[in-house]
Design a protein. Structure first.
Length: 363
């Protein structure tokens, strides 16, 4: 009966709404640009820029959202969301970045009380400009009461954004057609920023697939690196990063038993073993070394030697469990200031991902 009601609801929306049920995107299209309601003073560059990358888990801290952390909730209260956003804003102001690469930011979604988190964060931090690229946008997600959704990547900066592109990433191929229709449209957000005395400076935010059991993650990381390679070949300067949902080469690859919740469904991989989607990093032959070409080509906030240590893990599925894997990265074709790379592991109650930052040298 529940399925019949859900299908009737979907059919009603399709027939009587002026908007598409699920938003699809071009391969490349303009991102949505924002400005703060009140501008803050831009400090002197001091020959460098502080960069922050952070998946903020759509501004709900560690609340038990369904689909991760063994949670069962789909809608948070306004107070819960505002309390979490205020803590996130305080952490941002403490780090004091010039540019932020965000993932999982909500915009007028039912689950977070229809708050435009892009505008709210602009207006409650020292940032002045933002670009937004949706990765999940639908009038309604019929399952589990999620309802209206709009979530995606953000580049936020003190300096003006001249233009920004949303670059589509390939869809998963291990899903049925109906699931894929309502599923995430992941992307790369590439923003051109007006940095004084620099002609072509870009900030790039990416969020690669987490749960694919095929080689979609390979395609996402390859596309990400191709975008960086094209900029480098053109003589552009960039900072790029985000949640790549990949562990660094040499790190542990199997977190299935640690992450498993009651009644979780494991899939059988090519090696014949039962694995949990999103918790296993050997779904295809070279997945354990997937990020090696990025490390070989570009400078990074956290060196590979340090990235495989516990001090720089950035993700865990529960605040009761220490960070146990690294999924979040910053890469650049400029030099990174010595010892500036930092993983803010004390922020474990603010998201299921830790913020990562560094300072890049502009000369």
């Amino acid at each position: 009966m529940h399925q019949v009601k859900s299908l009737f609801y979907i059919l009603f929306i399709i027939l009587f709404s002026c908007e598409p049920l699920v938003t699809t995107f071009e391969d490349v299209e303009d991102a949505v640009l924002y400005e703060a309601k009140t501008f803050t003073t831009i400090p002197a560059l001091d020959n460098g820029l502080t960069i922050l990358s952070w998946n903020i888990r759509f501004g709900i801290g560690r609340l038990p959202f369904f689909g991760d952390s063994c949670g069962d909730r789909t809608v948070m209260t306004e107070k819960e969301v505002m309390d979490a956003l205020e803590l996130i804003a305080a952490e941002i102001d403490a780090i004091d970045p010039d540019i932020i690469l965000f993932q999982e930011v909500d915009r007028e979604s039912k689950r977070t009380q229809y708050i435009d988190q892009v505008q709210w964060l602009l207006d409650n931090t020292n940032m002045n400009y933002a670009a937004y690229a949706s990765m999940w946008k639908a009038q309604t997600i019929p399952s589990d009461g999620i309802g209206r959704i709009d979530a995606g990547n953000v580049v936020m900066t003190r300096h003006e954004i001249e233009s920004a592109d949303r670059i589509e990433l390939p869809l998963r191929t291990d899903q049925d057609a109906l699931t894929q229709m309502f599923y995430l449209r992941r992307n790369i957000l590439k923003a051109k920023i007006a940095i004084p005395d620099m002609d072509n400076f870009y900030a790039v935010s990416v969020h690669a697939t987490a749960f694919a059991t095929d080689d979609t993650k390979q395609k996402h990381v390859n596309t990400f690196k191709n975008v960086l390679d094209e900029m480098a070949a053109a003589g552009d300067v960039f900072v790029a990063g985000g949640d790549l949902n990949s562990v660094p080469p040499g790190a542990e690859t199997d977190f299935c038993d640690k992450d498993a919740c009651e009644d979780d469904v494991f899939h059988t991989d090519g090696d014949g073993g039962p694995h949990l989607e999103g918790s296993y990093f050997e779904n295809f032959a070279n997945e354990p070394t997937l990020l090696q070409p990025l490390y070989d080509t570009y400078n990074t906030a956290i060196s590979l030697t340090a990235a495989v240590t516990a001090d720089h893990n950035t993700h865990s599925t529960s605040e009761d469990r220490a960070w146990d894997r690294k999924l979040d990265y910053i890469f650049t074709n400029k030099n990174v200031a010595s010892e500036s790379g930092t993983t803010f592991q004390e922020a474990i109650q603010l998201s299921d991902h830790a913020p990562v930052s560094c300072k890049i040298i502009l000369e």
